[in-house]
Design a binder for this molecule. Structure first.
Ligand SMILES: [Zn+2]
Ligand SMILES: [Zn+2]
Length: 105
């Protein structure tokens, strides 16, 4: 008999947060002002900040990370995290640190 595959989702105790457009814009500006890419730590042309916590049903608008065009291209495309200096977990930690910094300003 056919049985659906067991779902192994990593559930966070706190549900992902989606914010208003205005709030996201403010947060994007906040991380952009850091200047350097927070993944490769170089001053390269920046992209729209990356959601460190992303994926179906888990994208969290609080987890924005300042990112350059090159790093962003790797994250979402060919090469993936293997091309970067940091792991997905490390980048997520940066996103959460940015969130705390933003809220404490
Ligand atoms: Zn970079
Ligand atoms: Zn991204």
């Amino acid at each position: 008999m056919w049985k659906p595959a067991e779902k192994k989702c990593k559930l966070r105790s706190d549900a992902p947060v989606r914010l208003s457009k205005a709030e996201i814009l403010q947060r994007q500006l906040f991380v952009l002002l850091k200047g350097a890419c927070q993944v490769c730590e170089q001053f390269k042309p920046l992209d729209v900040p990356h959601h460190a916590v992303y994926g179906i049903g888990v994208k969290d608008d609080r987890s924005l990370v300042n990112i350059c065009l090159d790093c962003h291209r790797f994250i979402h495309g060919f090469g993936g995290y293997s091309k970067l200096d940091k792991t997905r977990e490390e980048i997520e930690a940066i996103g959460w640190a940015n969130n705390e910094e933003y809220l404490c300003e």
